[in-house]
Design a protein around this ligand. Sequence first.
Ligand SMILES: N=C(N)NCCC[C@H](NC(=O)CCC(=O)O)C(=O)O
Length: 445
Amino acid sequence: MKHLEANFDGLVGPTHNYAGLSFGNVASLSNARAVSSPRSAARQGLEKMKALHDMGMVQGVLAPQERPDVFALRRLGFTGTDGEVLAAAARTAPAIFQAVCSASSMWTANAATVSPGADTADGKVHFTPANLTNKYHRSLEPATSGRILQAMFANPRYFAHHLHLPDNEHFGDEGAANHTRLCNEYGHAGIELFTFGRYAFDSSKPAPTRYPARQTFEASAAIARLHGLSEENTIFIQQNPGVIDQGVFHNDVIAVGNRNVLFYHEQAFLDTEAKKREIQRKFGDQPVHFIEVKDSEVSVADAVQTYLFNTQLISLPDGTMVIIAPTECQENERVSAYLADLVTRDTPIRQVHYFDVKQSMRNGGGPACLRLRVALTDEELAAVNPAVILDEVLFSRLNQWVDSNYRDELSVDDLRDPQLLEESRTALDELTQILKLGSVYKFQL
Ligand SMILES: N=C(N)NCCC[C@H](NC(=O)CCC(=O)O)C(=O)O
């Protein structure tokens, strides 16, 4: 049986904007109210997807969510026609209004945690949408993420879907951004690394003091139980609270893993040496390549600014391991020198490919935030909704769809325009037909 890892990238939504909604995420706060370009953001994302497809990777598309979320405003007591709801919210509660307009579902590393069938007790691929409780604008995502994932991975013989964890900070869960899997081969049992920022039920344990820890230990442990993972293939690692306080709001801003490689900053974790020993013991006889970046090579500040670790570490079909990095890494002398040197060292990583995803980077989302990884056997892949898998035809169809539905520019003030809601709904309705998702949005139910 063949096996591979597929990437499902979030399509940027028609209301992509910069609202400064994510305290603890430096890029989001520093670009608050900048004018965005939904069209070029979506095109940048599609270019990256196409490039990975051209490298021989299986590349999928994850649909964005409907924004502004009028249903969320009605739940908060705004009434009248959709236009009246938008106008009243924008006038009387502008901060809430901006939150319900965020196109943050584009970062599909936060859509869910996924455990491949090789790791789970029942042999199925398990999905749990992230509840994203720490930020109101993101807490609006899990129900729709769940419906979209079920429409993509529908066959119950291969795929198991769980409800997101309780909507409470005690179980704050940010999905695959805090989850990495190491394995020898994608289809063989691997080890799943769950990274968390604090313990919810034990205030004596270390925790950040400046910025929030979005993921709790208790949430990570619940996901591992739900997915039927065993103690022997699961590792829980606490993030160093000091790096969260420097802007590492998700672990994928400071570490990334693929197959037998863990690439991380020396300050990323607590108890690093003990955790490395546990990883190697649970991984088995083959060596794990721990590529630890020293502070003297790249500082945490440079890592946060360039997203050196929010790179995609992928294995091409011939087995070559490559890094998909944002152009911000190329533009920073220290980081580009580090990467140029890394590919000459004795590690499995052989190439670096740079991509312009600036529209996403300005909100703190790099290449790795934009994708959800799903390791699949060929039999499981055959059971995935084929309309979401990118090929030449879908690529050009989606580019046309973006060109005819997306605005070139969007400022925060444009979000109250009821016409934008109409445009978004028309676009998303068409998209559900292109991707054969059925009815997944509330306005379609
Ligand atoms: N690291 C990963 N996997 N994902 C990045 C998510 C970025 C997202 N930014 C935002 O939600 C900003 C929206 C705004 O400010 O308009 C967040 O902070 O949750």
